[in-house]
Design a protein around this ligand. Structure first.
Ligand code: GRF
Length: 199
């Protein structure tokens, strides 16, 4: 990519805690040109497989234990030149630094506003969906507002919950939706921001 092309591409800071499938998916979508972005840094609150995946791809990887203060978060973002904060399985609550309103994005593996909130992550979400007898589940891309899963919804994708689903089979189906919805929604958001900064 030329320097001019690079300047046109927004930088994301990706926050992880888990296995890093979302991060890998972003890297693949960036490589095939469907997610027009670059990843400036990957941050976790503790060592995890997702950080190793970042290192394997030569993406700067940082561990910041505990909940990041707004000032500490700002430093991480400025050092990486990141205009967007993208949560990819990060389980800590995040303050929204000034200037990043509308630029901190998360994906949740259920159809918010149902099945969100503190403690609702991983298999617990899918177990709760099945226990409630829901006929449909899915995933939600939303803006973060400094609380758990309550920010404005940007996009959703849904699937059937089957009568014989376990939390694991439902999680796998929902994650297939996430792999499409998250990069596609981010690309559209980044492109929208590029357009309005040109206007
Ligand atoms: C995904 O299920 C996503 O919905 C949630 O965290 C999980 C990330 O998994 N926010 P991974 O670490 O990317 O494999």
């Amino acid at each position: 990519m030329s320097d001019r092309g690079r300047q046109d591409v927004a930088t994301m800071a990706v926050f992880v805690s888990g296995t890093g499938r979302t991060l890998e998916n972003f890297c693949e979508r960036i490589a095939d040109g469907t997610l027009r972005a670059r990843i400036g840094v990957v941050v976790a609150s503790k060592e995890c497989p997702a950080l190793d995946k970042a290192r394997a791809r030569d993406i700067p990887a940082e561990v910041h234990p505990g909940t990041l203060t707004e000032a500490a978060l700002r430093k991480v973002l400025e050092r990486a030149g990141a205009e967007w904060v993208v949560l990819a399985g990060y389980t800590k609550l995040m303050a929204i630094p000034e200037g990043y309103e509308g630029r901190v994005v998360n994906i949740h593996p259920a159809l918010l506003p149902k099945f969100g909130g503190k403690g609702m992550y991983g298999m617990r979400v899918h177990e709760a969906v099945i226990a409630a007898g829901e006929k449909r589940s899915g995933c939600t891309v939303h803006l973060c507002d400094g609380k758990y899963d309550t920010g404005p919804i940007v996009a959703q994708a849904s699937c059937h919950v089957r009568a014989d689903d376990t939390a694991q089979t439902l999680a796998a189906r929902v994650f297939e939706l996430e792999k499409e919805l998250y990069p596609r929604t981010l690309d559209a958001m980044l492109a929208g921001a590029r357009e309005s900064s040109r206007a």
